[in-house]
Design a protein around this ligand. Structure first.
Ligand code: FAD
Ligand code: FES
Length: 240
């Protein structure tokens, strides 16, 4: 089990890779991280840390992909190679890898944890297919097996599930896509694992600001996205 800790990491790579989107590689003493986990970065110009999925982890190097939204991501986008950042890691529970033909669905910046997951599945020789969707070609982040520009990825999944005999779906992206994935997994009777995103204050399970509702053994329970998630079984999630 990883123990979460506070790290100082050196930025060894930072580039714009798509419209309003940057890739950052951070070298730090962090020893281990799993696909689906995230880091929470201190940005001096914001009160609260900002959470980002780990988009890859290899030889102590964490990769993140981030989309410019507000002050925190603006600060990060202005950092340079050689600068240091302060972050908490590894946070949350990642995907539970199953030896099943896997469909990975990343919508928008939701591609970030899917890239790490794909790399992990490839290393284990588990057959997988990553489909991503972006609003425009300028926002396209490369690295998937199929990319949908302009429309919802959801409309393309029935065909893939049937043609590739998919046995499990993993996904990250906006709520309507995630909800659609859980409906599809129900329709085809295959499990799904969903990486949820919620605006976070503490990122470590203290403030209870990121609560969602789950159905477990016939009972409704509260779960924090930052500590109990961000990955949940699709069939457990109660969508508001
Ligand atoms: C577990 C987790 C993993 C994430 N992984 C990534 C990632 O890999 N790449 C990435 O670009 N972003 C990711 N995010 C979202 C990212 O944390 C926010 O975009 C970031 O905190 C915005 O900070 P800001 O100061 O630039 O903008 P802010 O000023 O904080 O926000 C700008 C706007 O974005 C909205 N917003 C902020 N956070 C979220 C959120 N979590 N969900 C929906 N809307 C939000 C705000 O309501 C506001 O309207 C992740 C969030 C979570 C919870
Ligand atoms: S963000 Fe504070 S409990 Fe999750």
């Amino acid at each position: 089990m990883n123990t979460k800790a506070n790290f100082k990491g050196e930025i060894i790579y930072i580039e714009k890779i798509a419209k309003d989107t940057c890739k950052m590689d951070i070298s730090s003493p962090l020893k281990q991280a799993n696909a689906g986990q995230f880091i929470s970065i201190y940005c001096p110009n914001t009160t609260l840390r900002r959470p980002f999925s780990i988009a890859n982890f290899e030889n102590h190097i964490i990769t993140i992909l981030f989309k410019l939204k507000g002050e925190g991501t603006k600060y990060l986008s202005n950092l340079k190679k050689g600068d240091y950042i302060d972050f908490l890691a590894p946070l949350g529970n990642g995907f539970t890898i199953e030896n099943k033909k896997s469909l990975l669905v990343g919508a928008g910046i939701g591609i970030a944890p899917m890239i790490f997951l794909k790399n992990t599945l490839n290393k284990k020789n588990i057959e997988n297919y990553l489909i991503t969707g972006f609003k425009s070609n300028e926002e396209n982040i490369k690295g998937s097996d199929e990319t949908i520009i302009g429309g919802s990825v959801l409309y393309h999944l029935d065909k893939i599930i049937k043609n590739k005999n998919i046995e499990i779906i993993y996904s990250c992206g906006p709520m309507p896509v995630l909800k659609g994935i859980t409906e599809l997994s129900k329709k085809y009777n295959i499990p799904s694992q969903i990486a949820m995103e919620k605006v976070m204050a503490c990122s470590i399970g203290v403030c209870r600001g990121c609560i969602i509702k789950l159905m477990k053994n016939g009972k409704v329970i509260n779960a924090s996205v930052c500590k109990d998630g961000p990955v949940f079984k699709g069939s457990d999630i109660i969508w508001d």
